[in-house]
Design a binder for this molecule. Structure first.
Ligand code: PHE
Length: 357
């Protein structure tokens, strides 16, 4: 009688638990079903506890039946679990896929990188002053990067620039001054051009990255002097920063390819911990410049008694950081769209400070 009762009970329980397991539509409810069936206080466990009170014969058959039920239920749970996991993965894959057939939405339009924007601004300003644009290669030889620029072999000034040398015996240019040489070699004076480009030095911190950009300017004619250089740079910084009375000063400095040479500072104030460009009693370095050394002209086949002129070089990231308040140089080259959304420029807007010709 008892046996009969228990067997009926087991069959009913089996279908009840099976329904519960099949109805579990996520891993959490499946686990609740597992606890309700097989947990310490689960239905099957409860029945197991009644075995002790049975006569040996009934205990044997009921025990076998209960063990079979337990295995069957555990099997159902395992099957449901793997089905749910598969389903979850399929859902995740579908959710994370990219529909490449979607048309671009206007609010998702790309942004112009601050380097590109700044290059456009610089070009517009120097073009207004009559400078053309020259180009040169990133991979240079020792002659164009150093020797022709009056860095004699073994000269300590070569060590100032942490050069990347290539196995081929070439190097990654450490400055855009190499373009001065290339242009003077292939064109006749007078010269009046700027050039932009990537430059490379083995250096990495808040204000240095192994690759960065420079703008270089060169003007060579029969009657060019330091006054022209200073006037040119003064006009340039005032136009670039949009500050009409921005002060500029030259601080004597050494570069092998110019004599005299200077570092260029613009006025700023650091009151209250913030940096503000403008007349403020303090100074900030933005680049180097000077009168082209006679040896450099000679190396390019130009007679220094007939021609002379000036050269200047500045870091483009530095100009962009100062103008647009970008604190860390390294972020320029981390491809982070959130950064570009914030610091980038609308592709349809005109570069600032272009004088509109
Ligand atoms: N080439 C120099 C540098 O990278 C900058 C410079 C250019 C200085 C032209 C003087 C004249 O440090």
């Amino acid at each position: 009688m008892l046996e009969k009762f228990v067997m009926t009970d087991i069959t009913a329980l089996k279908s009840e638990l099976a329904t519960m397991i099949e109805a579990a539509n996520d891993l959490q409810s499946l686990d609740a079903a597992r606890v309700a069936a097989l947990g310490k206080k689960g239905r099957i466990t409860d029945l197991m506890k009644t075995l002790g009170g049975m006569d040996p014969e009934t205990r044997k058959t009921t025990g076998q039946a209960l063990n079979a039920l337990k295995d069957e239920i555990a099997g159902l749970i395992a099957r449901q679990e793997s089905a749910l996991k598969k389903q979850e993965m399929a859902g995740r894959l579908a959710g994370e896929s990219v529909d490449i057939t979607l048309s671009p939405r206007p609010e998702k339009r790309g942004r112009i990188h601050p380097i590109s924007q700044t290059v456009e601004e610089l070009t517009a300003i120097f073009a207004d002053m009559g400078f053309t644009v020259a180009e040169g290669p990133d991979i240079e030889d020792d002659f164009h990067n150093f020797t022709a620029l009056n860095f004699p072999p073994g000269h300590p000034a070569r060590e100032m620039q942490d050069t990347f040398f290539l196995n081929s015996g070439e190097l990654l240019r450490t400055h855009t001054s190499s373009v001065q040489i290339r242009h003077m070699e292939s064109h006749k004076p007078p010269h009046k051009f700027i050039c932009f480009g990537r430059t490379y030095r083995s250096d990495y911190d808040m204000t240095h990255t192994p690759m960065f950009h420079q703008i270089e300017g060169l003007m060579i004619d029969k009657d060019v002097n330091m006054g022209h250089l200073k006037g040119c740079l003064l006009d340039f910084v005032r136009a670039f920063f949009g500050i009409d009375d921005l002060p500029l000063r030259f601080r004597p400095s050494f570069f092998p390819f110019v004599e005299p040479g200077a570092e260029v500072d613009i006025g700023c104030s650091r009151e209250g911990g913030g940096l503000k460009i403008g007349a403020g009693g303090d100074w900030l370095e933005i680049g180097g410049c000077g009168i082209v050394h006679p040896n450099v002209l000679k190396n390019c086949g130009i007679d220094p008694n007939e021609y002379q002129g000036f050269a200047f070089g500045m870091g483009i990231e530095r100009m962009a950081m100062l103008k647009y308040g970008i604190p860390d140089l390294r972020t320029f080259f981390e491809p982070d769209v959130r950064w570009l959304d914030h610091y980038g420029f609308d592709p349809l807007s005109r570069p600032n400070n272009a004088t509109g010709q």
